[in-house]
Design a protein around this ligand. Structure first.
Ligand code: MRU
Length: 350
C-alpha cells in the first residue's frame, strides 16, 4: 500500500490517502492528490513496486502510471527506473517476490537520491543568489509549489528560499496564488508559514505591479521538464513571470534536479503540455472545498454556463529568458545545450 499526504485537502486538513492498487494511484496523480515533478517520479516508482508486490502485470501498470500526466518527465523516469530494475531482476533469475523487492529498493533509492539532490540544489542555489545579488535581504517571487510537498527532501525552488531564510537572508517570499488550482495559496503559503518565513500571497495578475514597484529581487521557480535546449516547462504563469523579470532586469532562476532535464526532448515546442478540464477555470472549486475530481457543476460558477475555457496546466519558457538553471550537479548560466548536457553527464539520460 502507498500512503500519501492528500494535497487536495491542504491547507484545511492533513489527511492521508491510502492507495492499495495502481488505478487508485493513477487517480491520485490525475487529481493532484500527489503532484509536483520530483514527487511524481517517486510515486511512480513506488507504484511499479506496488504492482509487482501484488502480482499485477508490471508492464501494464508502468504504462498506466507513466501516462497519468504527460508533462513532468520525472513521472516516466521514476516508473521506468523501477520497471527496469524489476525486469532485470527477473532476467537474472529472481522469482516474482524477489523482483518486487528489487523494484521497491529502486523506488527507495530514487526517493533517497531526490532528498540528497534537494539539499545540493539548495546549497548551489543560495551560492548563486549570493553571487548575483551580493548583500542578501532577498525579496523572492515564486510560483506554484516546490517545497517538501513535492520531493523526498526540501524540494527545489522553495528549498533555495528556505536556505536563504535559514541564512537570515530572505526578506520576503512573494507567493503567487497560482490559478486555477491554487498550489501557491494552498500549498506554498502552508509551507512558508510552517517554515516561519515572512511571506505575502498575491494574485498571479498582481505580479506586474509588484515588479514595477521594484519589490522583486529574484524569481525562483521549479520545472516539470527542461528540454535539451534549456526550454523550461513549468506551471502555467511561469512564462509571463520570465517576460516580466527580463523587462525589469530581475534574475529568473529555475531550480530542478537533473531528473527533470530531458535531453531526449530537443526543444520547448516538443514538450507535451497537459490540458486540464475547463471547469477548473469556469467554476470556483478550490480542491480543498470541492475536490479536483469534482464533476463540472460541482463548484460555484465563475462564468456563464457553457463558457469554454483554455486551461493548460503548464507553459514553456524559452532558454533566453532563463538566467540560470540550478541542479544538484551545479548551475548552468547562461543556459546552453552544452552546459545542460554537461550537468547531466553520467545520468544515463537522453
Ligand atoms: O500541476 P502540478 O501542481 O503538478 O505542477 C507542479 C509544478 O508546476 C511545479 O512547479 C513543478 O513540478 C516543479 S516542483 C519541484
Amino acid at each position: 500500500m502507498i500512503v500519501l499526504l492528500d494535497q487536495r485537502r491542504l491547507p484545511a486538513e492533513e489527511v492521508e490517502l491510502l492507495c492499495t492498487d495502481v488505478p487508485a494511484l493513477v487517480e491520485a496523480i490525475r487529481t493532484l492528490a500527489v503532484r509536483g515533478a520530483p514527487l511524481l517520479g517517486i510515486a511512480g516508482a513506488y507504484g511499479v513496486a506496488l504492482a509487482a508486490a501484488r502480482g499485477f502485470d508490471v508492464e501494464e501498470a508502468a504504462g498506466l502510471l507513466a501516462g497519468a500526466r504527460p508533462t513532468a518527465v520525472n513521472l516516466a523516469y521514476g516508473v521506468r527506473r523501477a520497471a527496469r530494475a524489476y525486469e532485470e531482476a527477473l532476467k537474472n533469475g529472481a522469482d516474482g517476490v524477489r523482483a518486487a523487492a528489487v523494484a521497491l529498493a529502486e523506488a527507495r533509492a530514487l526517493h533517497r537520491e531526490d532528498a540528497e539532490a534537494s539539499a545540493r540544489m539548495a546549497a548551489h542555489g543560495l551560492t548563486h543568489l549570493e553571487e548575483l545579488l551580493p548583500g542578501g535581504g532577498y525579496r523572492v517571487l515564486t510560483h506554484c509549489n516546490t517545497g517538501a510537498l513535492v520531493s523526498g527532501g526540501g524540494g527545489t525552488a522553495f528549498a533555495v528560499a528556505a536556505a536563504a531564510h535559514g541564512a537570515g537572508q530572505l526578506r520576503r517570499l512573494w507567493v503567487d496564488e497560482t490559478r486555477p488550482l491554487l498550489q501557491g495559496a494552498r500549498l506554498t503559503a502552508y509551507e512558508a508559514a510552517r517554515a516561519g518565513m515572512a511571506y505575502t500571497l498575491l494574485t498571479d495578475n498582481a505580479a506586474g505591479s509588484l515588479f514595477a514597484a521594484g519589490e522583486v529581487d529574484a524569481v525562483l521557480i521549479g520545472a516539470d521538464r527542461i528540454a535539451a535546449d534549456g526550454s523550461v516547462a513549468n506551471k502555467v504563469g511561469s512564462y509571463p513571470l520570465a517576460v516580466l523579470a527580463r523587462y525589469h532586469h530581475v534574475p529568473f532562476i529555475v531550480v530542478a534536479p537533473t531528473t527533470t532535464v530531458d535531453l531526449g526532448t530537443l526543444e520547448g515546442a516538443a514538450i507535451e503540455v497537459e490540458q486540464r478540464p475547463g471547469h477548473e477555470v469556469t467554476e470556483f472549486s478550490a480542491p480543498a472545498v470541492a475536490g479536483v475530481t469534482a464533476e463540472p457543476g460541482a463548484g460555484a460558477p465563475a462564468a456563464p454556463l457553457g463558457t469554454q475555457a483554455y486551461n493548460p496546466a503548464f507553459d514553456v519558457t524559452p532558454p533566453e529568458l532563463v538566467t540560470a538553471v540550478v541542479t544538484e550537479n551545479g548551475v548552468v548560466s547562461p543556459v546552453t545545450r552544452t552546459g545542460l548536457a554537461e550537468l547531466c553527464a553520467g545520468q544515463g539520460k537522453g
